[in-house]
Design a protein around this ligand. Structure first.
Ligand code: GAL
Ligand code: ZN
Length: 670
């Protein structure tokens, strides 16, 4: 069911959105007219305004200066450019921290972080909350019904963590809510260990710096709390906005696989999902990594279109060595987002700043001005996006689900485990890559997702799993689903207590396999393994001592202590099939395993054969082909098709130059 508000509220009559963050407060008003003219010439139809404008809107406590913003919104509105209006609460003015230092965040060492940068607020500070909400309410009152107002952008990239006294008090309240009483807390945190028993709530603090390893459940609960505390603040702002502008959608910009925030709990609280994503031009895995993040955004929005709120036209300025994007990369990356469900393609930022910490960050309009190669590329891209209007609102059908969970990530991130080299997001990418390479569409889902519509569910790692989620995976297989589970899964419960018995305790029945020892291996000694047909592969970092309890061992370790023990098992359970992988197979072996699991599930990619470096994805009526490689690629195509980007017709095959994109809509079916 499509909710009342969403991307469709914005794309109706506009097509795909194109624009960026616009910070007119950094420029004299004379520049604004030129900005708007150039925006129109570039096909910009939406800009985000006001993200960092608190000090300008409220120059001193309680004052209001909306005049400049009235003029900005007037200019944009007259030009037909929609406004994504930000609540400016991500970066309070110096007066807030100066007069009310308790609004400033405190780090784990108990040190206050000061103003002078941005993001210096404590989400649990009553003073911050009161001041922020007062301004948000006035902002919404002022611009409710304004013809330019199209979307609300709450705060910016939430992610603050705070250890101040207000935060500690809020943490205690959160814990009381979760555990009821101190006995419940002591039980859950396992405080009989190392004499950590609490006798009074006043003793309970956030996990500040301590002499040695901190209680793992305390750490995990603090991560949960920190995500929830920010969410509570976001919701308070959102509720003020909704009350005043019930027809204007609300979003806040996510940051992909960003560890501190559980986006599964956040996404349902917004009308549309938006994300900031900056692929590293130096990262050879960036295309697959980016696709994964885009699929996560689609998943967070329940499959509905989402919006790329920020990307860079060229180099960012916050990596140590900032490579520019090769020519063609700007449109390739933007179109990749469209292919994977984005209906909005926006940039940070419209005009490059002259001053401030981000003055060397690329923009849509560089310091050198409009007469530049970069700005020409921006214009060309804005123009071609208009041709993709038929794509807006369409979906990306997927029969494969990839499971990602924040709580499990947080729990596995803690020290004091057999190895700190099992990174759940690395595992996610490793299992995602072979699917991406074959043009198999994937939905990223939480462990609690309804799985019955999927033919294949891949769980690269769920170190922490609840009984209910384990039962759901089991039921999914019994009913005919195909499941792949990676190593070190099902290890702890939601309190991060080890599940005893042979592992993975809550999944061993469905997997028909169980283990007794985790055995990390030296990095420089890959572990030789062999498929049952004799082909060999290597695994690394991690092995498990596992036995079959009915599953077919399809690959085994061949040397050293684990020799003869299964490395990969496949089990028929009920009407389905469950795979367990007890190590980290090299990428080619994961591709082989994926091929076998896809065969079990009867799932194929969008094309029988996708050349290396090419991304193939079907969205709505069109097949998107994107060449991320450095060589031209020859792609066989199934139908006579029109390339929506060029208007040309293709048949039989299409040749894609490096960084070229085709958006093929079938003309007839043979
Ligand atoms: C984002 C942020 C923007 C800008 C951009 C630079 O994290 O939301 O305000 O800082 O990065 O890449
Ligand atoms: Zn705080």
């Amino acid at each position: 069911m499509t909710p009342r508000l969403g991307m469709h509220t914005l794309t109706a009559g506009r097509g795909l959105l194109f624009g960026g963050d616009y910070n007119p407060e950094q420029w004299p008003e004379s520049v604004w007219t030129e900005d708007v003219e150039l925006m129109r010439a570039a096909g910009v139809n939406l800009v985000t305004v006001g993200v960092f404008s608190w000090a300008r809107l409220e120059p001193e406590p309680g004052a209001r200066d909306f005049g400049w913003l009235d003029r900005v919104l007037g200019l944009l509105g007259d030009a037909g450019i929609a406004v994504d209006l930000a609540t400016p609460t991500a970066s309070p003015p110096p007066w807030l921290g100066h007069r009310w230092p308790e609004t400033l965040p405190v780090d784990e060492s108990g040190h206050r972080l000061w103003y002078g940068a941005r993001n210096q607020f404590c989400p649990s500070s009553p003073v911050y909350r009161e001041r922020a909400l007062a301004l948000v309410a006035d902002l919404a009152d002022r611009y409710a019904g304004h013809p330019a107002l199209a979307l609300w952008h709450v705060g910016n990239e939430y992610g603050q963590i705070c250890h101040c006294d207000d935060s500690a008090a809020a943490f205690r309240a959160w814990l009381q809510d979760r555990y009821g009483d101190l006995d419940g807390l002591n039980e859950a945190w396992g405080t009989t260990f190392w004499s950590q028993r609490y006798s009074d709530w006043a003793e309970v603090i956030t996990p500040r710096r301590a002499p040695y390893l901190i209680n793992p459940t305390q750490l995990l609960d603090f991560r949960r709390f920190s995500s929830d505390a920010l969410l509570a603040h976001y919701r308070a702002e959102r509720d003020l906005l909704r009350a005043r502008t019930p027809d204007t959608p609300v979003t806040t910009n996510f940051m992909g696989l960003f560890k501190p925030i559980d986006y599964w709990s956040w996404a349902p609280e917004e009308d549309l999902v938006s994300n900031d994503h900056y692929p590293d031009p130096a990262d050879p895995l960036a295309p697959a990594r980016t696709a994964l993040v885009h699929d996560l955004m689609r998943g967070l929005g329940g499959g509905r279109p989402w919006m790329l709120m920020e990307q860079a036209t060229a180099a960012v300025n916050w990596r140590p060595h900032n490579l520019p994007k090769p020519s063609g990369q700007l449109r390739l990356e933007s179109l990749q987002a469209v292919a994977r469900g984005a209906d909005g393609l926006c940039y940070f930022q419209w005009r490059a700043s002259r001053f401030g910490a981000e003055r060397f960050h690329a923009a849509m309009l560089p310091h050198a001005g409009p007469d530049t190669r970069l700005h020409a590329d921006v214009r060309a891209h804005g123009a071609e996006l208009r041709r993709l209007a038929p794509i807006a609102g369409t979906t990306v059908p997927a029969r494969v689900a990839l499971v990602h969970d924040w709580a499990s990530w947080w729990a596995l991130d803690e020290r004091g485990q057999p190895s700190d080299r099992l990174d759940p997001t690395d595992q996610l990418l490793s299992y995602y890559r072979p699917l991406w390479e074959r043009g198999v569409a994937v939905d990223v889902v939480p462990p609690s997702a309804e799985l019955s519509a999927y033919a294949l569910v891949v769980v690269p790692n769920l170190y922490l799993i609840s009984d209910a989620d384990a039962a759901s995976l089991t039921a999914y297989v019994r009913a005919g689903g195909v499941l792949v589970v990676g190593p070190y899964s099902g290890v702890v419960d939601p309190r991060a207590h080890v599940r005893t018995g042979r592992f993975p305790a809550p999944l061993r029945e469905v997997l028909g396999a169980s283990g007794e020892e985790w055995r990390p291996v030296p990095e420089d000694r890959p572990v030789p393994c062999r498929w049952s047909d004799g082909t060999e592969f290597a695994a690394r970092t991690w092995t498990e001592l596992v036995r079959s309890d009915g599953a077919e061992p399809v690959a085994a370790f061949t040397e050293g202590e684990p020799a003869g023990h299964p490395a990969v098992l496949r089990h028929r359970s009920g009407r389905g099939v469950a795979w367990y992988v007890a190590t980290l197979p090299e990428q080619d072996a994961l591709a082989e395993l994926t091929a076998r699991a896809l065969a079990d599930a009867g799932v194929t990619g969008v094309l029988p054969d996708v050349p290396p470096g090419v991304e193939a994805v079907r969205r709505g009526p069109a097949l998107f082909l994107l060449n991320h490689g450095d060589d031209a690629a020859d792609v066989p195509i199934p139908h006579r098709a029109e390339d929506l980007l060029t208007g040309t017709t293709a048949e039989g095959r299409i040749t894609l130059a490096p960084r070229a994109v085709a958006v093929l809509r079938p003309l007839d079916t043979p």
